[in-house]
Write a protein that binds this ligand. Structure first.
Ligand code: PGA
Length: 257
C-alpha cells in the first residue's frame, strides 16, 4: 500500500513566531482527528523556511505523523557558496525531506534538470528523502506537449538513480498554471498525468517500484477540492501551498482521504 502524504509548502511566509503558532494549531486540530486512529499509513509534512526548521522540528519531535521538509537545498556539498544551505545542514536540523525542483525554483532561480539531479544525489546521500516536483507551463499544456515536458523532467532529474534510490523519491506533479492561481487541475487531468508519470517510472524501473512510489498533486489544492483530487487511484496526496498556511484548511485537506 502506498503512503498517503499531505505536505504543506509555506514558501517565503511566516515569521518564526507565526510558524510556531501555526504548527501548534495544526497539532491541536489533529489530536481529535479520526485519521490518527486509522491503520493506513499517512505522512504529514511541513516545509517551513530554512531558518525555522530546527525550532519547528523541536516542536514535533514526539509527533508520530508530522515531519519536516526543507523547500530547497544547494547543489553543492559545502564550501564558499554564500547564502546557500547544504543538504547536510538540513539533515542536522532533524528534517527528513527536501523539496527539489519546485517550479518557482526552476523559473525564478533558473534551476535546470541537470542541477536538480545533483541536488537529488545530495539529498539521498545525506539520508534524506526528496520530494521531486515536475509540471508543465500553461503554453505547454495548450500546445499539447505537456506529457513530453513532464517525461523529460522525470527522465533528466531521476533516471540516473538506482532502483533502491528511486524507491525513496516522492514525486509531486504541479502544473505551473495551477500554482497559486486558484485554478486547480481537474481530477481527470490530475489522474491522467499521475498515471502517465507512474508509467514513465515503471518503464524505467519496473512496475513494482512504480506502484510503491507516492505521487502528490499540487496547484491550488484546497479544503474544498482535495477530496475529489485524492479520490483518484494514482493521486496519493497533495503538495499544498496557500492552503497550508491556515491550520483548519490544512487539517481539512489531511482529512480528505
Ligand atoms: P498552491 O501552491 O497550493 O498555493 O497553488 C502549491 C505549490 O506551489 O506547491
Amino acid at each position: 500500500m502506498r503512503t498517503k502524504i499531505v505536505a504543506g509548502n509555506w514558501k517565503m511566509n511566516k515569521t518564526l513566531e507565526e510558524g510556531v503558532l501555526l504548527v501548534k494549531e495544526i497539532k491541536q486540530l489533529l489530536v481529535s482527528s479520526p485519521f490518527t486512529q486509522s491503520a493506513e499509513k499517512y505522512n504529514i509534512i511541513i516545509a517551513p523556511p530554512f531558518i525555522h526548521l530546527k525550532a519547528i522540528n523541536d516542536l514535533l519531535i514526539d509527533d508520530p505523523f508530522i515531519s519536516i521538509a526543507a523547500q530547497n537545498c544547494s547543489s553543492e556539498e559545502k564550501g564558499a557558496y554564500t547564502g546557500e544551505v547544504s543538504a547536510q545542514m538540513i539533515k542536522s536540523t532533524g528534517a527528513k525531506y527536501i523539496i527539489i525542483g519546485h517550479s518557482e525554483r526552476r523559473n525564478y532561480f533558473n534551476e535546470s534538470n541537470a542541477m536538480l539531479a545533483k541536488k537529488i544525489n545530495l539529498v539521498l546521500s545525506n539520508n534524506l528523502l526528496p520530494i521531486y516536483c515536475c509540471g508543465e507551463r500553461l503554453e505547454e499544456r495548450n500546445t499539447n506537449i505537456y506529457f513530453d515536458v513532464v517525461k523529460k523532467q522525470i527522465n533528466d532529474g531521476l533516471f540516473h538513480l538506482s532502483s533502491l534510490e528511486i524507491s525513496k523519491v516522492i514525486i509531486a506533479y504541479e502544473p505551473v498554471w495551477a500554482i497559486g492561481t486558484g485554478l486547480n487541475a481537474t481530477p481527470q487531468q490530475a489522474q491522467e498525468m499521475h498515471k502517465f508519470i507512474r508509467k514513465v517510472v515503471s518503464d524505467k524501473f519496473g512496475e513494482q517500484i512504480a506502484n510503491s512510489i507516492s505521487i502528490l498533486y499540487g496547484g491550488s489544492c484546497n479544503a474544498k477540492n482535495a477530496k475529489e483530487l485524492f479520490a483518484n487511484p494514482d493521486v496519493d496526496g497533495g503538495l499544498i501551498g496557500g492552503a497550508s498556511l491556515i491550520a483548519s484548511d490544512f487539517v481539512k485537506i489531511i482529512q480528505s482521504f
